[in-house]
Write a protein that binds this ligand. Structure first.
Ligand code: MN3
Length: 206
């Protein structure tokens, strides 16, 4: 694939205030995500062709134990989605198809909410909490460490929350549960979740 590029944030830096500050987004997007892009491109240049798409690069780097590339490509993939998983005035009502699938898989939205937050709180150290779709269309909660993501588990990410400290320490200090509650209740862009849900389980050719 061509080199990784840093996408612009889909909203202003202060658009998620007070749930995620401009200072957090400036550091998280301009410094952290940008570093994954820059380092990932350096590593890609030194390797044979790793795939035609970012997804293929992530999966092939994982399979070939190219840990440096995997960490940076995985985090690039995670963050490309993460910015879209939030929006100003987020949270709130879910589109009908997503609400139905959540109810069928977890019993209720509150049950999903509790499990998603718990996954993020109990992910020891850096990582991510996920709502994923399995190949059979059933939804489940997943948590992964560091750069790992649902691609390496053969699952389709519908929603992910970054629980690295760089995502919440400025605004919430050590209170990761408060950050996760604010993410679900006030930040989630459910329209983007619906978009991924409607695409259905991803085909992983690699
Ligand atoms: Mn991050």
């Amino acid at each position: 694939m061509a080199a990784f590029d840093l996408p612009a944030l889909p909203y202003a830096y202060d658009a998620l205030d007070p749930y995620m500050s401009a200072e957090t987004l400036e550091y998280h997007h301009d410094k952290h995500h940008n570093a994954y892009v820059t380092k990932g491109n350096e590593l890609l240049e030194g390797l044979p062709h790793m795939g035609d798409t970012l997804e293929e690069v992530v999966i092939n780097a994982h399979k070939q134990n190219q840990t440096g590339l995997f960490n940076n490509a995985g985090q690039h993939w995670n963050h490309r989605h993460f910015w879209n998983w939030m929006k100003p005035n987020g949270g709130g009502n879910r589109p009908g198809a997503v609400e139905t699938a959540i109810n069928e898989s977890f019993g209720s939205f509150d049950a999903f909410r509790g499990k998603f937050i718990e996954a993020g709180v109990t992910q020891f150290g850096s990582g991510w909490a996920w709502l994923v779709m399995n190949a059979d269309g059933k939804l489940e909660i997943l948590k992964t460490a560091n750069a790992d993501n649902p691609l390496t588990h053969g699952k389709t990410a519908l929603l992910g929350c970054d629980v690295w400290e760089h995502s919440y320490y400025i605004d919430y200090r050590n209170a990761r549960p408060k950050y996760l509650e604010a993410f679900v209740d006030n930040l989630v862009n459910w329209d983007y979740v619906l978009e991924l849900f409607e695409k259905g389980p991803i085909e992983l050719a690699a």
